[in-house]
Ligand binder design. Sequence first.
Ligand SMILES: Cc1cc2nc3c(=O)[nH]c(=O)nc-3n(C[C@H](O)[C@H](O)[C@H](O)COP(=O)(O)O)c2cc1C
Length: 356
Amino acid sequence: MTTAFDPIDLAGLRLANRIVMAPMTRSRAYGPGSSPTEAVVAYYAQRASAGLIITEGTQPSPAGQGYPDTPGLHSEEQIAAWRRVTDAVHSAGGRIFVQLMHTGRIGHPSVSAHGLVPVSASAVAPKGRIYTAAGPMEYVVPRALDEDGIQRTIADHVSAARNAVRAGFDGVEVHGANGYLVHQFLAPNSNLRTDAWGGGHEGRIRFAVELVRAVADAIGAHRTGLRISPGNPLGDIDEPEPGPTYLALLRALEPIGPAYLHLTESADRALTLELRKRFGGALILNARTEGRPSGPEELTLIEDGTADMLSYGALFLANPDLPRRLRSGGPFNAPDRATFYGGDERGYTDYPVLEA
Ligand SMILES: Cc1cc2nc3c(=O)[nH]c(=O)nc-3n(C[C@H](O)[C@H](O)[C@H](O)COP(=O)(O)O)c2cc1C
């Protein structure tokens, strides 16, 4: 029987186990020009016993930044800073993909150094408020990307993916989940377009497909993953019937052959099983858990074949040696929400490991 502690071949990349550190924004890219600092190097190196680390959401361009102090991958100083992270993780025996996150309409002009108005599939503001350096603010109505803007956004992701390879990453995860730009194209309430990038399923999936295709063409499908979250209402997304859209997406991705699908399970298990059946690559599952973070309870999902790998968010944030703790059944440090976003080493690099 396969367990979460067995190695796996991810499209030619050998991972020591099937426990993945889920992408987590920490808003501590205090280096020059939104680049990772030495604290970020230490944070990821501490967690290198993951089979695979997926970094925090990283903007492919200044326009893709929606939160304060998130890192980018569009300048030479960012590439050099990320190189220190990937070197440290590799030296510790780990593997690391970078998550490319363009937040789209989940942003605010005050967040970007250039005062950019957020862009999206359509000029529809999400309900609610956004966290900014000056406190919570109302969302603004985003600018709908025109054809040129769409092509430029795809080109920005391609350029960031190439930068990722130069920075030593093992691959790139395209963020198609959690209400950010790609998800805004996928969902019928945020994509009201009537051109070839909207309308029915085939139109709404097109941006995701062309983005993954372009990244895979540039750096190889074996280095390219995609995260999705069908039905996830984050960022004021409404997908009342996500199945057909995401099944159409997987059909269109088949000839491209990305290395993995990272599924944030937001709908029912039946859809997870259906998506798994239709996807040729590896499935990383971020299991749906009610009112608690993923934990040892989820390990059986590898044993029963529901997924190939499991991703852990909050518990990995608080337990740098999470695979070892999962194996021994705990104990687990509790995550401190107050230090999730921004701040110093407290709640970042000071969570203790188990004694030898
Ligand atoms: C502090 C924090 C930041 C997060 N930032 C991101 C992110 O940048 N990109 C992303 O795809 N998901 C992000 N997530 C979601 C996690 O990847 C994961 O899906 C979520 O925490 C649920 O998994 P868990 O139950 O194991 O914590 C974040 C979660 C947390 C707790």
